[in-house]
Design a protein around this ligand. Structure first.
Ligand code: ATP
Length: 237
């Protein structure tokens, strides 16, 4: 097996005196899609923010591409090739789709050919159709897709996606699933957080189930999907 791209062990985090993560461990290997699954408030967003250095956290090991990222600023972590797409959409609403992509352009460190708007339009055909549209004329799901595409313009090796299926129309959920699989096919590893286990089940290779800040289960997606009792207990579904 290849060495992990993202390697997290013993990750803990607190908001003030309230501890919300209790020594989580997980890893993501090159080209893999891993789903962090759990119900509302389980600690998924906090885990992604802690990895990105957006909130203070402690860890036994927090490494990306074999290099420690513990204590690094979010900007430096992103420059190392770890992209982050938060739940709230981060696009410029008065710029067009094409302009938003240009703003995200940043040379990567990988040997792969860099992303361009044209390459991204082949990956996200629905964005190609609205390349001249301003952000404020797009639906929430379309804005979310644009945020992902813009993050790819920074040429990351891996992307953290916070609840990509949350609050978007069902027709776009399918497009979103296709986009994640297309990214994987291009060699970009993905760690996504989800409450929607069916969406996660359709796209992820592995599942990490988080409950009250602790890792309850880690295994293949097939194992997770076959374990109805675990889903009932941890997601109430
Ligand atoms: P969601 O689906 O709501 O995003 P989640 O699994 O991502 O759920 P987190 O947002 O990581 O969960 O929240 C984990 C716990 O931390 C929850 O109990 C939440 O109330 C608490 N929490 C989150 N953000 C803050 C904050 N800024 N200050 C204090 N507590 C917070």
């Amino acid at each position: 097996m290849s060495a992990p791209l993202l390697d997290v062990a013993g990750l803990s985090a607190a908001y003030g005196r309230a501890q919300v993560l209790f020594g989580l461990s997980l890893d993501v290997r090159p080209g893999e899609v891993v789903a962090l699954i759990g119900r509302n408030g389980a600690g998924k967003t906090t885990t992604l923010k802690a990895i990105m250095g957006l909130i203070p956290a402690s860890a036994e090991r927090l490494a990306f591409k074999g290099q420690s990222i513990a204590g690094l600023s979010t900007y430096r972590i992103a420059r190392l090739g770890l992209g982050y797409v938060p739940e709230d959409r981060r696009i410029f609403t008065d710029l067009t789709v094409e302009e938003n992509l240009e703003v995200g352009r940043q040379a990567g460190q990988t040997g792969r050919s860099p992303w361009t708007p044209e390459r991204l339009f082949r990956l996200f055909p629905n964005l190609a159709e609205m390349r001249g549209r301003r952000g404020n004329q797009m639906s929430g799901g379309e804005q979310q897709m644009l945020t992902i595409a813009r993050t790819l313009m920074g040429n990351p090796d891996a992307i953290l996606l916070d609840e990509p299926s949350e609050g978007i129309a069902p027709v776009i959920v399918q497009t979103m699933a296709e986009a994640v699989l297309a990214m994987k096919a291009e060699g970009v590893a993905v760690l996504l957080s989800e409450q929607n286990w069916a969406f996660a089940g359709a796209i992820a290779d592995r599942a990490c189930v988080i409950e009250r800040g602790e890792m309850r289960f880690q295994g293949s997606m097939a194992e997770f999907l076959g374990n109805e009792a675990l889903r009932a207990e941890t997601l109430g579904v």
